[in-house]
Design a binder for this molecule. Structure first.
Ligand SMILES: *Cc1c(COP(=O)(O)O)cnc(C)c1O
Length: 389
């Protein structure tokens, strides 16, 4: 049988009839949007994420946008983020009217580089046009960024910190989740993410009551919050008093039912991914220029297992011929994407991002999922080894 890049069917077999039964129960209930399973899932997700609040929403992109809306970040503001990431990370900054400021990565871990972040903040302050407001750090490929160092910089400059954990939800550093440092953690339930549903979905987690209340309002068309209603005489439902210009960003009950079943086995799946990554690392190191290095004290969720090779495209073609699927995340960094060039150029820290550009040339991701058998791992390893030989 062909090797799968990500094998959702194997996971479905493990879950057995549980998911099917849960979906049928939602169909019978008729509560298709924000039904009881959504509330239950949010409570379970908050517990898993060591958070006081978990708010589900329509996708991982909206999850990033909600805190920017709640903090009223907009034109004239600078939001710092990596360029070596998925489009969403910077897209939401542009939506808000603020300016994305692209920061370089650590060449070893692909995570936001604290020194480049500091340089970018200094550059924005020296230029005097934009006001630094927030940082979006990305747990790329599942691995936690250097949160203590990033947080220390945010504290000095009064910046909010968002952990974009779309790939890394469930990762830890020194046994703690990113939310220990970040004001907000966001995630995506896109099917291929480590914790995925059977469609689109997302969530935002935080500890702050007022922030949670504001984001809850923004996700449903800026509906009145309890505090808003105290200050207004309104005799109808709170959702028909619109205090803010918001979004329609809700999670379907069917997706919450799927996610409740998947969350039960998620910790176990993260462990399986880590065993596979350790085995890959040990056996692939002689044949590639770089195997992944996780930050000291960090546990990755291994959304991707990404190696580097100086002849990346040659290796991809060789592996394809051997029946091994691969993918390149990401071939074109965001600071080189047409969307972020003229007429509305983003700011690029120090004018160029050498580590980002170097990584984009050489990275290639190999099959990775919790149900990858040792036989399949060995086939992948042998295929990589035969290219080197
Ligand atoms: C997938 C992803 C997102 C967006 O999630 P969607 O649910 O597809 O909107 C945001 N950031 C990163 C780093 C991602 O990988």
């Amino acid at each position: 049988m062909a090797i799968a890049f990500i094998d959702l069917a194997a996971q479905r077999r493990r879950l057995g009839p549980k998911v099917d039964t849960a979906i049928l129960a939602v169909l019978d209930s008729g509560a298709f949007i924000m039904g009881p399973d959504v509330r239950a899932f949010e409570a379970e997700l908050a517990a898993f994420g060591q958070a006081k609040h978990a708010l589900s929403c329509a996708n991982g992109t909206d999850a990033l946008y909600l805190p920017l809306m709640a903090w009223e970040i907009g034109p004239g503001d600078a939001v710092f983020c990596p360029s070596f990431t998925f489009a969403s990370t910077a897209e939401v900054i542009a939506w808000s009217g603020a300016t994305p400021v692209f920061v370089d990565i650590d060449r070893e871990t692909y995570a936001l580089d604290p020194a480049s972040l500091q340089a970018a903040i200094d550059q924005v302050l020296a230029h005097g046009q934009l006001k630094p407001r927030a940082v979006i750090a990305v747990d790329l490929f599942g691995q936690p960024v250097d949160y203590p160092a990033i947080k220390a910089i945010c504290v000095v400059h009064g910046l909010k910190l968002i952990a974009d954990s779309a790939q890394g939800f469930g990762c830890t550093l020194q046994g703690l989740q990113p939310l220990h440092w970040a004001d907000v953690t966001t995630t995506s339930f896109y099917p291929a993410k480590p914790l995925g549903c059977y469609g689109d979905g997302g969530a935002v987690l935080c500890q702050d009551d007022d922030l949670a209340e504001a984001m809850d309002s923004y996700r449903v068309h800026g509906k009145a919050t309890a505090a808003d209603l105290k200050a207004h005489v309104f005799e109808h439902e709170a959702k028909y008093l619109n205090m803010r210009v918001g979004l329609n960003s809700r999670l379907d009950t069917v997706q919450a039912a799927v996610l409740r079943a998947k969350l039960e086995i998620f910790a176990d799946e993260i462990e399986a991914r880590n065993s596979i990554a350790a085995r890959y690392n040990a056996k692939l190191a002689p044949y590639v220029s770089r195997v992944p290095a996780v930050i000291a004290g960090g546990i990755s969720t291994w959304a991707q297992y990404t190696i580097e090779h100086p002849n990346r495209d040659g290796l991809a073609a060789h592996l394809k011929a051997k029946g091994v699927p691969t993918a390149v995340y990401y071939p074109l960094p965001l600071h080189r994407q047409p969307a972020f060039l003229a007429p509305n150029p983003a700011v690029v820290a120090s004018g160029s991002l050498p580590a980002t550009d170097a990584a984009a040339l050489d990275v290639i991701s190999l099959p990775m999922h919790p149900y990858l058998t040792e036989a399949d791992q060995d086939a992948v390893i042998a295929a990589v080894a035969s290219f080197a030989a």
